[in-house]
Design a binder for this molecule. Structure first.
Ligand code: SF4
Length: 986
């Protein structure tokens, strides 16, 4: 039994409408759709359309061009999906032409000439074709159509089910067709309004972008987006500032090694370089020597193409994504409980929940639009909020109850709550046993964690744990929300499982307002999971060890046998690069040098690659600084494609402006490399809608079946939830009938046990470091850092509890040296009573470009969750002390040069004789710089063999080794350098 379709799922609009003041006002039909002259062109969806005024010649030519022809089939579907839709004249009566003028009355005996562009242009194309002498391909198509055949037969892809094997469109033709899709709208003073989706976080806010003359003039929240209803946070409302920045990467750039300057290259040369590097690595070291590192910021089409290229064509299983750092623990926990990934609930539950348990999320600052919705719901109807967080965050401030647990003890708390329910008879065990598998084992696990023990571990009073449990179980509808505070842990999967267990035990699931709902970090992390962007999964939630699933993917792609098993996950990739097992890394839309833990080791590893390809919007970025190849990518508002948000709603983000320079949609780049590697037919898509169609067909029959969706359907009907099978209806809430995707159809209670974080404080490292966001900033700030209005503070600061600051001998405003077993950095200190004593907090955004002497993620270690392989970014042991005010350097001429460079970098460096080093005062770093013979296979940083050997730095390699020097010295590491060729005389 499934719930009725959500009203907002049916309440859709087309994708384009005019901006304010643009001629005749659009009118809304009862169903919410806009119509009228201004709504014409809605089916285009691939760029801004001039909706008012006389179309100029360029636009007219474009409308006659191949872009229309290749969308013939999709537009016909879109039109068919809009029963009863008719064009209207400017005066509101039906039957207007493209500019809203009354249509000329048809004369008897004369065939009416259809002029409307947009959604009816498929018909117009046919007419236009007849007006011109037909030749070549067009004549062939017209002939086929007249014969009743399929005019687009030669455009069908070979992997389309039931399709004939096509004559493949050649690569030059493809490039030309794709280029036409990127042509900017020109001329005229009208404003186009293009619907898109915010690319930052998984809330997935709808955005209306106003475009004039190919530039974004303004944007606003889309009031009719079913998920977010016009809401935008500060990041989303300033998206326009991220598009035309002065540091966009405009052309492919190549170099032989990172020490050399980049030189501009053509796309064919860049594609050849990438394909050549992949071919060489696979020939010499096997397919596993190539890895792709993707991003939850990519569109689903981009993700799909990359996955097919990597796992399908290159045959490397090493295709992973930065979602590994973000949601993989939740993915693993959903699969353990329900047999399939994806949240059971939806945003509507925010409005209906009576008890809200928020664990490991400061959604007031990280998901502000959802927080606003939650707060509005609480204002309408009473709801109790409990926040579980070691910090007193803005969300905790707003809650009714804040359980300020010791960091890393969430499992103990949740088991203690479950124990309370058993002990106080609040569990209907018969019902739980019928509804769920695994009750017996779970009961045993819970029995080991009485509420009193949980209270001692978590360091919160027992009665508050018991009260939270009672509220949860007795509530008419209990909802839980969580994010990275649970996920980014060496016990992340168990934490999420323990939370889901509470829902299953109490029956708080599958009802309005009740259920577990993960708050996805990135905008399209869900879409990436759908296409199989994680190294541990195959496409469409299939598993590597499922023979039938493997066969389905192999048949669908037509590229032969898939790799044998799962690939390397993000942190494991770094290890493999260090071992030289992986030689080629292609990073797309991500900045792993700044975001992965143990950052100095990541930098060292990346420098060992034979080929590092970085596909990015901007230059420079932290990771891009080490690249051999930089490929310019089209970004938000510059390409068309889909995203799936935290509630499984798939939406279409439309191209609003042309990409700058030679930037291209990511899927096109993967397609070109796929063609260069010898499989042009498998990557012969003509536009993003074809990529999406291919992906959607692979979802057939799966838990995420979305075969009802296409770009045209999303244009016609607006965003929609999956599962949404063809002929079915979208389902906003899953498992309402208690059936899920496990072998026996019942959800599973997972018996988990509490374990401490991987690192425990010690006298050397007495503090627990938590990391998180600054308000209004996003990840490594590649995008949000470019918007001046979002910057709140000049420099990141380390927050300490006042007692810890006193103990460490640092005061607010003073620069402290914060060190972990892996590295250190210098930061100004602030004190905050919102922290528990014994813990510190640091925003994680900065990377080596911003903080070359040490950035936040040099501190965390590489401990992984054993199930999800997600690293423990949220818990690191550190020591805080006053930063040395001075560096004393002794040595030969190289020490002089190093002292000068440190001085230029703002570090007070004093040149001394070796005999004077011992006498340097307190707070002075004493450094002896040795010049060494470092010939050999040294990248720019290496460890000399033997315990305690020096760190060898090749200062000739570029700025990185010198930037690393202060943190190495601060850690007391002996250093040897080679740098005469690079360092100028002081
Ligand atoms: S960052 Fe998230 S909450 Fe803010 S506008 Fe974008 S999608 Fe919405």
């Amino acid at each position: 039994m499934h719930g009725a379709p959500r009203p907002d799922v049916r309440d859709r609009r087309p994708g384009v409408r005019p901006g304010p003041g643009a001629g005749a006002p659009a009118r809304r039909r009862p169903g919410g759709a806009l119509h009228g002259p201004s709504a014409r062109g809605a089916a285009e969806g691939d760029g801004p359309r001039r909706l008012l005024g006389r179309p100029d010649a360029a636009v007219a030519r474009r409308r006659r061009g191949g872009a229309a022809r290749r969308r013939l089939r999709h537009l016909q579907e879109a039109r068919d999906a809009r029963p009863g839709r008719r064009r209207r004249r400017a005066d509101g009566r039906p039957g207007g032409d493209a500019r809203g003028r009354p249509r000329a009355r048809a004369r008897p005996g004369r065939r009416r000439r259809r002029r409307a562009p947009g959604r009816d242009r498929a018909v117009r194309v046919g007419t236009a074709a007849r007006r011109r002498p037909a030749g070549g391909r067009r004549r062939l198509r017209l002939q086929r159509r007249d014969e009743g055949g399929d005019p687009d037969r030669d455009r069908r892809r070979p992997h389309h089910a039931g399709a004939d094997r096509p004559q493949h469109a050649g690569r030059h033709h493809l490039r030309a067709v794709r280029a036409r899709g990127r042509r900017p709208a020109r001329g005229g003073g009208g404003v186009s309004a293009v619907r898109s989706i915010c690319p930052y976080c998984g809330v997935g806010c709808g955005v209306v972008v106003e475009v004039r003359r190919g530039r974004i003039e303004a944007l606003r929240g889309d009031p009719d987006h079913p998920s977010t209803r016009g809401g935008l946070c500060a990041k989303g409302s300033r998206l326009a500032g991220t598009v035309r920045t002065g540091d966009r990467l405009l052309h492919p750039l190549l170099r032989a090694r990172p020490a050399e300057p980049f030189r501009r290259a053509t796309w064919p040369a860049a594609v050849a370089r990438v394909a050549g590097g992949i071919r060489r690595a696979t020939a010499e070291h096997g397919p596993g020597s190539v890895a792709l590192y993707l991003s939850g910021q990519l569109l689903t089409e981009d993700y799909y193409a990359a996955n097919k290229l990597g796992k399908g064509l290159i045959k490397t299983p090493n295709v992973d994504t930065n979602s590994r750092l973000c949601m993989s623990s939740t993915v693993a926990a959903y699969k353990r409980a329900f047999g399939a990934d994806g949240p059971p609930g939806c945003y509507e539950d925010l409005d209906l929940a009576a008890d809200v348990l928020i664990a490991g999320s400061n959604l007031a600052e990280t998901h502000p639009v959802l927080f606003g919705r939650l707060r509005a719901a609480r204002a309408r109807r009473s709801a109790h909020w409990t926040v579980v967080d070691p910090r007193r965050t803005a969300s905790a401030e707003a809650a009714d109850e804040h359980l300020q647990i010791r960091p890393g003890t969430d499992v103990a708390l949740l088991l203690g709550m479950a124990w309370t329910l058993f002990e106080e008879g609040l569990v209907d065990e018969a019902r739980a046993g019928r509804a769920c598998a695994g009750l017996d084992g779970y009961r045993v696990a819970v029995a080991a964690m009485p509420a009193g023990r949980a209270a001692a571990i978590c360091e919160v009073p027992e009665d508050r744990i018991r009260a939270a449990a009672r509220r949860f179980a007795r509530s008419p509808a209990a909802l839980s929300l969580w994010c990275q505070g649970l996920n980014q842990s060496s016990a992340g999967t168990d934490k999420v499982s323990a939370l889901i267990d509470l829902h299953l035990l109490t029956g708080q699931i599958g009802r309005p307002g009740a259920g577990p709902l993960s708050l996805t970090g990135q905008a399209n992390a869900m879409g990436g999971r759908e296409v199989g962007g994680l190294a541990t999964e195959l496409a469409c939630h299939r598993e590597w060890d499922d023979p039938e699933g493997r066969a389905q993917v192999e048949r669908h792609w037509g590229l032969g046998r898939l790799p044998d098993g799962p690939g390397l996950t993000a942190v494991e990739l770094v290890d493999a690069i260090e071992r030289r097992q992986v030689r080629v890394l292609w990073v797309v839309c991500s900045n792993p040098l700044a975001s992965l833990p143990d950052g100095a080791a990541v930098r060292s590893a990346l420098a060992r690659l034979d080929l590092l390809v970085v596909q990015e919007l901007y230059h420079p970025t932290d990771t891009g600084e080490l690249a051999h190849v930089l490929l310019p990518a089209a970004g938000w508002a510059e390409k068309t494609g889909t995203l799936t948000n935290s509630e499984r709603v798939v939406g279409l983000a439309r191209r609003a402006v042309p990409p700058p320079g030679e930037a291209r949609p990511d899927w096109e780049v993967f397609a070109d490399v796929g063609a260069a590697l010898g499989a042009p037919e498998a990557f012969g898509w003509l536009d993003a809608s074809q990529v999406f169609d291919e992906h959607v067909r692979l979802t057939a029959g799966r838990d995420l079946d979305m075969t009802a969706l296409s770009h045209a359907a999303l244009e016609a009907g607006g965003p929609a939830s999956w599962p949404y099978p063809a002929g079915g209806r979208p389902r906003a809430r899953r498992y309402e009938d208690g059936r899920c995707h496990t072998p026996d159809g019942r959800p599973r209670l997972v018996a988990v046990t509490f374990r401490e974080p991987a690192e425990e404080p010690s006298p050397t490292y007495p503090l627990r470091l938590l990391t998180g966001r600054e308000p209004d900033q996003w990840h490594t700030r590649s995008r949000s850092g470019r918007v001046a209005a979002l910057r709140r503070s000049a420099a990141p600061r380390l927050a300490l509890h006042p007692d810890d600051a006193r103990r460490a001998g640092v005061s607010p405003g003073q620069t402290a040296l914060v060190s972990s077993p892996r590295g250190s950095l210098r930061l100004p200190v602030v004190t905050s009573p919102a922290l528990r004593p014994g813990s510190a907090f640091l925003p994680f955004h900065a990377g080596p470009v911003e903080q070359p002497a040490g950035w936040p993620n040099v501190l965390p270690g590489r401990a992984l969750d054993p199930v999800s392989r997600q690293p423990e970014l949220k818990h690191t042991v550190v020591r805080v002390e006053p930063a040395a005010s001075e560096v004393a350097l002794a040595g030969g001429p190289l020490a002089d040069a190093v002292a000068a460079r440190l001085g230029a970098a703002g570090v007070r460096a004093r040149r001394v004789k070796p005999a004077e080093l011992a006498g340097a005062g307190p707070g002075v770093l004493r450094v002896l710089v040795a010049e060494a013979d470092l010939d050999g296979a040294l990248a720019w940083w290496d460890l000399a063999p033997g315990a305690g050997g020096p760190v060898l730095l090749d200062l000739a390699a570029g700025p990185e080794p010198l930037a690393l020097l202060p943190s190495l010295l601060a850690a007391g590491r002996p250093v040897a350098c080679r740098g005469e060729r690079w360092l100028p005389a002081p």
